[in-house]
Design a protein around this ligand. Structure first.
Ligand code: HEM
Length: 127
C-alpha cells in the first residue's frame, strides 16, 4: 500500500495531464470559453491535491486515519463533479452539478482542516 499521500499525488498528476491537454486544445482552437473549468481542474485537481498529498506524506499520523480516506473520496468526487458542472453552467445546461461538486469539495477541505488541527504538521518525534 503506497498510502494516501501517493493517492493524492497520483490523482493530482492525472488532473494536471488532463488540464494541460485541455489548455493546449483551448490554445490551438483559440476558443477559451471553458477556461474557468480548465482552471478549476488544474487548481483543485492538481495544485490543491498535491498540497494535500505533501501534507499527508509529511504527517503519517494524519495519513493513517479514516478521516484521510473520507477526505480523499470527497475531494476526488468533488473534482469529478465540479469540473463538468462548470462546463454545464458555462454552456447554460444548469448549475446543479456545479453546486453538488462545490459542496463535496468544501466538505473535503473541512475534513482536511480537522485532520490538520488534530495532528499538526510533521512526524511526531520521541521527546
Ligand atoms: C499545458 C499547460 C496549460 C495550457 C496550455 C493552458 C492554457 C490556458 C488557456 C488558453 C487559458 C485561457 C486564457 C484566456 O482566456 O485568457 C487558460 C486559463 C487559465 N489557466 Fe491554464 N493552461 C495550462 C496549465 C494551467 C495550470 C497548470 C493551471 C493552474 C495550476 C492553469 C490555470 C489557469 C487559470 C487560473 C486560468 C484563467 C481562467 C479564467 O480566467 O477563467 N492553467 N489556460
Amino acid at each position: 500500500m503506497k498510502g494516501i499521500g501517493f493517492a493524492f499525488f497520483a490523482l493530482g498528476v492525472l488532473c494536471a495531464l488532463i488540464g494541460m491537454a485541455w489548455g493546449i486544445q483551448m490554445s490551438a482552437t483559440a476558443n477559451h470559453a471553458l477556461s474557468p473549468a480548465h482552471a478549476h481542474l488544474n487548481l483543485i485537481g492538481w495544485v490543491t491535491m498535491a498540497l494535500m498529498g505533501a501534507y499527508y506524506t509529511l504527517t503519517p499520523a494524519a495519513a493513517s486515519t479514516r478521516l484521510a480516506k473520507i477526505h480523499l473520496a470527497l475531494t476526488t468526487a468533488g473534482v469529478i463533479i465540479i469540473v463538468p458542472g462548470i462546463v454545464m453552467a458555462l454552456t447554460q445546461q444548469g448549475e446543479t452539478a456545479a453546486k453538488i461538486g462545490s459542496v463535496l469539495t468544501i466538505a473535503g477541505m473541512i475534513c482536511f482542516g480537522v485532520n490538520v488541527l488534530r495532528h499538526g504538521l510533521g512526524a511526531k518525534t520521541a521527546p
